[in-house]
Ligand binder design. Sequence first.
Ligand SMILES: Cc1cc2nc3c(=O)[nH]c(=O)nc-3n(C[C@H](O)[C@H](O)[C@H](O)COP(=O)(O)O)c2cc1C
Length: 194
Amino acid sequence: MAETKRIIVAVTGASGAIFADCLVSGLAGAGVEVHLIVSDAGALVVGHELGRSPEELWRDKVTAVYDPADFTAPAASGSAGFVGMAVVPCTVGTLGAIARGISANLIHRAADVMLKERKKLLLAVRETPFNRVHMENMLAVNDAGAIICPPLLAFYHRPVDLRDAADHFAGRVASLMEIDVAGMPQWGFKPENP
Ligand SMILES: Cc1cc2nc3c(=O)[nH]c(=O)nc-3n(C[C@H](O)[C@H](O)[C@H](O)COP(=O)(O)O)c2cc1C
């Protein structure tokens, strides 16, 4: 029997809480163990954009929730059996901390652990426009082994609404984490898509 995958999902205070909601729902639906860390700013933005707290939205979908100040959590150690971590959405502040190895909270520390253990780390960095510091930090984490995957929408699957578009992005994140999410459309030329 296949072993259940354990993944860390971190939600920081960038705009785009809907992407986190689609990702957590998609991973839970795929039978993945989601271990959730929400930064203080992340909780604020989730409440503002989705009208509900992270707890209300996700408590029934995740395996565990960790306080971002709790450095005793499993995610703080390389010996915990996580296959990877996705930060969705990721602020440029969290990006900067990860790029420079500053473990000021559990999200930064867990990301640092992923890099040192050579595990998958995906950062859905969201800011616009980017300045030079942001771009240098993205290059630094890319070179350290992370995947930079900004939450940019695709339109080739003809999304019917924002949720549909965000679900597509979440599916791309899951597939980069090597997880199959049901319903993820795969591009293929069809008669109606000449
Ligand atoms: C409504 C709202 C939207 C925000 N959007 C972004 C954003 O898209 N990108 C970003 O880097 N910061 C954004 N911020 C600022 C971050 O939340 C702030 O820098 C915070 O300190 C980040 O902390 P964290 O990385 O620990 O979550 C936003 C803040 C608010 C209140």
